[in-house]
Write a protein that binds this ligand. Sequence first.
Ligand SMILES: [Fe+2]
Ligand SMILES: [Fe+2]
Length: 164
Amino acid sequence: MLADRVESSMNEQLGMELQSAYVYLAMAGYSESESLPGFASWLRVQAREEVAHGMKFFDFICDRGGRVRLGSLGEPPADYKGPLAVFEEALEHERAVSEAIGRLYSIVVEEKDYASQAWLDWFATEQVEEEKSVGQIVDSLRRIGDRGDALFLLDKDLAARAGA
Ligand SMILES: [Fe+2]
Ligand SMILES: [Fe+2]
């Protein structure tokens, strides 16, 4: 059984993961329109991962005898100033997700729900990885500035990583 408070917070996080997928998908669409196929495929992979994160919450809520409740998704922006703006926003988004996971963690600790706590450890660790990988791309883009040749190479690099 899940405490009501845990159930509603888990559902909220399920929504946030799906919202993340929606945001990354919008970013992928923008990157396609800018002829940055490597960025686009990296972002598509990221979107799929976020759906998988959402489904982990979906399954966990069901496994614990809770009830899944889906809210509405917000409309992500269709346009960005450039790839740096995309990844700066992605980093901000991942930081917000890390904070949300942290809040959820505090709730399950307060409710003495140790099964949820152990299960959430994976997400806490995953967020470290997420912030790191997005942060590295932000740093690369800052270093690149407006050098088109370097951006071209980073796009190739991201395409390779997305395919790996
Ligand atoms: Fe996620
Ligand atoms: Fe994420």
